[in-house]
Design a protein around this ligand. Structure first.
Ligand SMILES: NC(=O)c1ccc[n+]([C@@H]2O[C@H](COP(=O)([O-])OP(=O)(O)OC[C@H]3O[C@@H](n4cnc5c(N)ncnc54)[C@H](O)[C@@H]3O)[C@@H](O)[C@H]2O)c1
Length: 326
């Protein structure tokens, strides 16, 4: 049985769907602060899924999960806050939830003898790129409390391995995109801060704001590496297998090795939607690097994982999900 924290949220729910479709038994632990019970109800149709509502900030909530489920083999840990701008304004909220919450989880795992965890880390742990594409050897100097909270957790996981033998795989995602191929689940954030859903949702009254058109890139807009959410789910399954096969603590970038500009994403969204999308050009936002692209060679070599779906596909599935959702 696999425990998925944050499994009622965007990425976690796509992993849960993939695990259930493989016949795995799954427990979702989620506070539902940002996740959705409707997502859990949909997932329940596809296999043996137990849902436990609780908050990682309460040690007893997560201890209770292990106490009443003695057959948990491994944990996949998505539960976190992840809005960069909010983390700058309110770092306390981020360190408390992300770092303290993870400590409670790790301590409960140790108490009940569960020694394998796959963790949602982020490209934000690298900070301003020194070179690109970014490989795993790139320095980690986060430029906001969100990225810092994730880096602290990575470091804590190293120490917990050395001292207690707790094995972790940290997956550093770049920009996650798309939805379930059958539109059963998808991205559902409120407020939405991600590019693709915001472009697709734009209306005459709520135009899409493109921040920064004077970067040193091919068309002046920022370049990001968009990784499809179902490909990402597959990488988690490979990471679980890696740990089950005795793999040591490790960390991998999850991206495609190629980037797309904001203008390119916008153009594909217009094609997929078949309409012009209302657009407003705005000045740069602080803290947005010009280019963020992953070198994914290590994940390809060690996990035997490679992304299969391109950006067009991610945008199409995101659009199909928006139609179901609205
Ligand atoms: N979406 C991206 O592009 C992206 C990129 C890099 C990393 N990540 C990381 O991936 C993970 C999942 O991201 P997402 O976009 O699916 O986020 P999400 O907000 O959709 O999902 C997070 C889930 O965790 C739950 N949660 C948060 N704090 C909790 C707590 N203390 N106890 C119990 N449940 C709690 C929320 O209710 C929510 O269901 C996060 O850790 C995020 O930092 C996401």
């Amino acid at each position: 049985m696999i425990l998925v924290t944050g499994g009622a949220g965007y990425i976690g729910s796509h992993l849960v769907m993939a695990l259930l479709e493989k016949g795995e038994d799954v427990i979702i632990f989620d506070s539902l602060e940002l996740g959705h019970i409707e997502t859990v109800e949909t997932l329940k149709k596809y296999g043996n899924l137990k849902f436990i509502k609780g908050n990682l900030k309460n040690l007893d909530d997560i201890r209770g999960v292990f106490m009443s489920n003695k057959n948990i083999e491994a944990v996949v840990h998505f539960a976190a806050y992840s809005q960069v701008a909010e983390s700058v304004k309110n770092p306390q909220k981020y360190y408390y939830n992300n770092v303290y919450g993870t400590l409670n989880l790790l301590n409960a795992m140790l108490e009940f003898g569960v020694k394998r965890i796959v963790f949602s880390s982020t490209a934000a742990t690298y900070g301003e790129p020194v070179y690109t594409p970014i490989d795993e050897q790139h320095s980690q100097n986060p430029i906001n409390p969100y990225g810092m909270s994730k880096l602290f957790i990575e470091r804590i996981m190293d120490d917990y391995d050395k001292a207690y033998g707790l094995k972790s795989v940290r997956l550093r995602y770049f920009n996650v995109a798309g939805a379930d191929s059958k539109s059963r689940i998808g991205e559902w954030h409120d407020p939405e801060t991600h590019l693709i859903p915001n472009v697709l949702k734009a209306t005459k009254d709520k135009t899409f704001k493109m921040y920064g058109t004077d970067y040193d890139t091919k068309d002046g807009t920022c370049i990001r590496d968009y990784i499809n959410v179902e490909d990402l789910a597959e990488a988690h399954i490979k990471a679980l297998e890696y740990l089950q096969n005795g793999g040591d603590t490790n960390f991998f970038n999850l991206g495609t090795k190629s980037g797309n500009s904001v203008k390119e994403v916008f153009a594909i969204c217009e094609t997929v939607k078949g309409t012009d999308i209302p657009l407003e050009l705005c000045p740069r936002r602080e803290g947005d690097p010009a280019v963020l692209v992953a070198d994914n060679t290590k994940a390809q070599n060690v996990l035997n994982w490679a992304p299969k779906n391109n950006l067009e596909y991610s945008i199409k599935t995101a659009f199909e999900w928006e139609k179901v959702f609205n």
